[in-house]
Write a protein that binds this ligand. Structure first.
Ligand code: FES
Length: 113
């Protein structure tokens, strides 16, 4: 499985770059599982957030293939592009400051079809 992660450039943290990663076929169930595996096996500096693991808290929110979703309950698929929900509130890689999102009146329903 191959995924693309849009994350901070280690040489210039103020900018982002696309990084392609090859993952083993080990039955990854979610985007969070993929990010954990990447962090544990390929690059421990990858920034991601995980808390309830049940889709309840929204701390793990990411943009996957252009759609905002909670990473812990969204299946990861081959070729998926994973990025922060918004660049202007990005803290590190996929981690964003959700308190700032509220200040900017961000809401999931903005993305609803
Ligand atoms: S960790 Fe809480 S919704 Fe994903």
């Amino acid at each position: 499985m191959r995924i693309t992660l849009v994350r901070n450039d280690p040489q210039d943290p103020a900018t982002t770059r696309r990084y392609d990663y090859e993952l083993p076929d080990v039955g990854l169930s979610s985007i969070s599982s993929a990010l954990q595996l990447l962090s544990r096996t390929k690059d421990s500096t990858i920034g991601y957030y995980l808390s309830c693991r049940r889709g309840m808290c929204a701390c793990c929110v990411v943009r996957a293939n252009g759609a905002i979703c909670t990473a812990c309950v969204t299946p990861v698929v081959d070729g998926m592009v994973i990025e922060p929900i918004r660049q202007d509130i990005q803290v590190c890689d996929t981690v964003v400051d959700l308190s700032m999102a509220k200040d900017h009146q961000f809401a999931f329903e903005d993305e609803a079809p």
